[in-house]
Design a protein around this ligand. Structure first.
Ligand SMILES: *Cc1c(COP(=O)(O)O)cnc(C)c1O
Length: 401
């Protein structure tokens, strides 16, 4: 993408992303290793009881007890805070650990929350089922309609949850506009930045208070770990951490180490995945067997202009509809050879999901239609394979539909 489309230039004196992911954590543990050491210890000893008292009484201490913190966590936190441009970060054992912990830390009975009609499924369940059980009211709004967010605000609104681009149709939320609505009213805005990654979108620059991630996806990038990250201010991180140690969504030191290894190549991977995805989206749009392609980087996406304003690249998630309905779509997905039929996204391998088949067991057809999932809907996570091979794979599978 060209420079004019950058919503906000990064400060010129800031190290570039490619450098930050390799060196931001150099000074975090002063132990002389080049590759990070894995501190595989659940607990850490004090020199004397005065030091022990200090460790026990210091929130987010990196060497007290691994549920509270761990030196490898510190490295991941440093890299992620630098990438997202926030004061600090927290790490959790999964993306849902990050999202659930953040929400439970920031709302109480009697509060009101605004969220989108479309969210990652387990986030939607927090809104639909969990929060109401604890006396928190939730209003779901159509994310493309900024006036819907404003209309939903009440005197007791505490938190707005956004996700952009969102599953499954890659609808985009105007992050700056939501942040603007919330700021003067003291409402905290939480953004799930999993699909975009901080390489393509920095929500905090647009005024978002808390940026959450499923690090299982692009940040880890190799389909081998589950992890979550919460990037925010020192003040909010401390509030969220107190809930975190009670919820206990702990990232294992090994997974933290794998995540760090994944982060070292994040900018390169995302750049290539952006290019692959745009090329595939354009290619799919030309195929006669395809009814419609959803990708924020296409001029045909209804919010392409907004996406260009707030994103530096459009990410690796594309969705499309196959002409011919459920059975044709099933044949197509089964005929793919390189693109593996598996959930999750954001790794080196391209993954494909026939969404209606995935939700068929848990949702009625009616519910799926409301969620925008047609029987012929395919979600595709573009990986790092060569673009020519991916195109050839899609092309041969389209012959059987
Ligand atoms: C996968 C995902 C999550 C949940 O993350 P886990 O690591 O699976 O717990 C949340 N939000 C989005 C957008 C996701 O893709």
């Amino acid at each position: 993408m060209n420079k004019q489309s950058h919503h906000q230039e990064l400060p010129p004196d800031r190290l570039k992303n490619e450098t930050l992911v390799i060196h931001a954590d150099d000074e975090v543990t002063n132990d002389g290793t080049v590759a990070p050491a894995i501190y595989y210890s659940a607990t850490f000893r004090a020199q004397d009881s005065a030091e022990f008292a200090d460790m026990a009484g210091t929130p987010r201490h990196p060497r007290y007890y691994t549920r509270y913190g761990n030196p490898v966590h510190e490295r991941v936190k440093k890299v992620m805070a630098e990438l997202e441009g926030t004061e600090t970060a927290l790490v959790t054992g999964s993306g849902m650990g990050a999202i659930a912990t953040t929400i439970l830390a920031l709302v109480s009975a009697g509060d009101h929350v605004i969220a989108q009609t479309r969210h990652y499924m387990s986030t939607a369940k927090i809104m639909d089922e969990m929060l109401p059980r604890f006396g928190v009211e939730v209003t779901l709004v159509e994310q493309a309609d900024i006036t819907a967010f404003e209309a939903a605000i009440r005197p007791n609104t505490k938190l707005i949850m956004v996700e952009s681009p969102a599953n499954p149709t890659l609808v985009v939320t105007d992050l700056a506009a939501v942040a603007e609505l919330a700021r003067s009213r003291g409402i905290i805005v939480v953004a799930d930045n999993t699909f975009a990654t901080p390489i393509n979108q920095r929500p905090h620059d647009l005024g978002i208070d808390v940026v959450v991630h499923s690090a299982t996806k692009y940040l880890g990038g190799h389909h081998d770990l589950t992890a979550g990250v919460i990037c925010t201010s020192e003040e909010l991180a401390e509030r969220i951490w107190h809930t975190h140690i009670s919820i206990g969504s702990v990232l294992s030191p090994m997974d933290a180490w794998l995540l760090l290894r994944g982060l070292r190549t994040l900018p390169m991977r995302v750049e290539r995945i952006n290019a692959n995805a745009l090329a595939l989206a354009e290619f799919l749009e030309e195929q006669p067997q395809i009814e419609r392609v959803y990708y924020p980087g296409l001029a045909s996406h209804p919010q392409h202009e907004l996406a260009k304003r707030q994103m530096r690249g459009f990410g690796g998630m594309i969705a499309f509809e196959i002409k011919g309905g459920y059975d044709a779509t099933e044949r197509f997905v089964s005929a793919l050879k390189l693109s593996l039929n598996a959930v999750s996204l954001g790794g080196v391998d391209s993954l494909v999901v026939h969404t209606a088949a995935m939700w068929g067991g848990v949702m009625t057809e009616e519910q799926m239609r409301t969620a925008g999932i047609q029987p012929n809907f395919v979600r595709y996570s573009v990986g790092l394979e060569h673009i020519d091979d991916l195109k050839a794979d899609l092309l041969q599978a389209l012959q059987v539909v």
